[in-house]
Design a protein. Structure first.
Length: 386
């Protein structure tokens, strides 16, 4: 109870799994007070902080659940020229950390003026949820992976009525693509950024995946988390590929961000940090308006991980393969040449070289068993945690 200090400027308070509370803010501690809270009782907090904001943010964070999830998660636009930033959460229905993070960031932005009248947001932030049907069922997808359906020809046929939707995700694709493209078409500025928020079934590290263009790689590096390049070359019809390829004239960059394990509460505030850093990178918010804690959070979760890696191999699977990942692997774990990583109907599956493993599959649904990456030694590693 006594170790935390506080100020009346703390706006958003979350409860983590341990029953502790912590606050999140985009404000700069050098300009206004910001304190990290821990071991604070619910009762005590209600007396010490703006009750209405606390209750509202608590209700809002609780309101983000699969049953009530909406397609449009929020818009923030003060009418000043600037980039169009499009956020997507729950592209996979069992990954809700992104939509929770989006909900809280929208709330944080809405109250920023309460304590900082000169806060300025340039551009437009708009957010959507991806696979609503799967989210309601608590599944990655219903029939097909929504993040493997973004094919231009397929979409055109669906839109023109030449083919009818054949799976639940065709309906999601039609609705989501329509609403995002409407935003892109009506935007008159000169920079569009799309951030697709995900989590992984294994823990062990966060990372950014850029679209296959240099400007998106630069954007990914600016987030302050490990970058894994080349993943998209081995995937087909992802949302990132679709938007970065078909809206070139709109100067659209796209990155996806993996904020941790599906059910880890930390994945929510890691995703918040990534969103805020992105808003800073593209100039929606000023550097001096951004709380340095967001960098600290990302650094902590990137500690010891390679700054930049490239894909060496993707292990695709089919249901009939009877693929079983060996237990205990996590993102960025080192694997040795010849090490047995998994088994399937044909026997053991081994690593071809000394590499690192990424996204080992520990859930029933998925097309990819695991990815193997090679760290770029010249680009170094994030500092180890103290
Ligand atoms: Zn995902």
């Amino acid at each position: 109870m006594t170790k935390a200090r506080f100020t009346s400027h703390v706006r958003n308070i979350l409860r983590n799994n341990d029953g502790f509370y912590f606050s999140v803010s985009i404000i700069n501690p050098a300009k206004r007070c910001f304190q990290f809270l821990n071991n604070y009782s619910y009762h005590y907090q209600l007396r010490m902080f703006p009750v209405n904001l606390f209750q509202e943010s608590k209700q809002r964070s609780m309101s983000v659940n699969a049953a009530t999830l909406q397609r449009h998660l929020g818009t923030y636009d003060e009418g000043h020229p600037g980039p169009l930033v499009i956020l997507i959460g729950a592209m996979h229905g069992n990954e809700l950390a992104g939509v929770k993070a989006i909900d809280l960031v929208m709330k944080m932005l809405q109250v920023e003026h309460v304590t900082k009248p000169d806060f300025l947001f340039k551009g437009r932030l708009i957010a959507f949820s991806g696979n609503l049907h799967a989210a309601r069922e608590g599944m990655r997808f219903i029939d097909r992976d929504l993040n493997r359906l973004w094919n231009y020809e397929h979409l055109e046929k669906l839109r023109s009525g030449k083919i009818s939707p054949t799976c639940a995700e065709d309906h999601e694709l039609l609705e989501l693509s329509e609403i995002i493209e409407q935003e892109i078409k009506t935007y008159t500025g000169n920079q569009i950024v799309l951030l697709d928020l995900h989590t992984t079934s294994a823990g062990g590290g966060i990372f950014v995946v850029p679209a296959e263009k240099d400007s998106s790689r630069v954007l990914a590096l600016g987030l302050g988390a490990p970058v894994v390049d080349g993943l998209l070359q081995n995937l087909s019809n992802t949302c990132l590929q679709y938007f970065s390829t078909h809206f070139v004239e709109k100067n659209l960059d796209a990155v996806s961000f993996e904020s941790g394990q599906h059910d880890d509460p930390a994945s929510v505030y890691v995703a918040i940090a990534a969103i805020i850093n992105l808003l800073r990178s593209v100039g929606c918010v000023e550097d001096h308006d951004v709380e340095s804690r967001h960098d600290v959070i990302l650094k902590k979760h990137s500690a010891g991980l390679p700054c930049y890696s490239t894909l060496v191999e993707k292990h695709s699977i089919l249901p009939e393969d009877q693929f079983v990942m060996h237990p205990g692997y996590h993102n960025f774990q080192k694997v040795s040449r010849g090490e047995v990583l998994a088994t399937d109907i044909n026997g053991p599956i081994t690593s071809p070289e000394d590499l690192m493993i990424l996204m080992p599959l520990y859930q029933s649904k998925g097309n990819d068993g695991f990815f193997l990456i090679r760290p770029d030694e010249r680009k170094g590693y994030f500092e180890e945690a103290d």
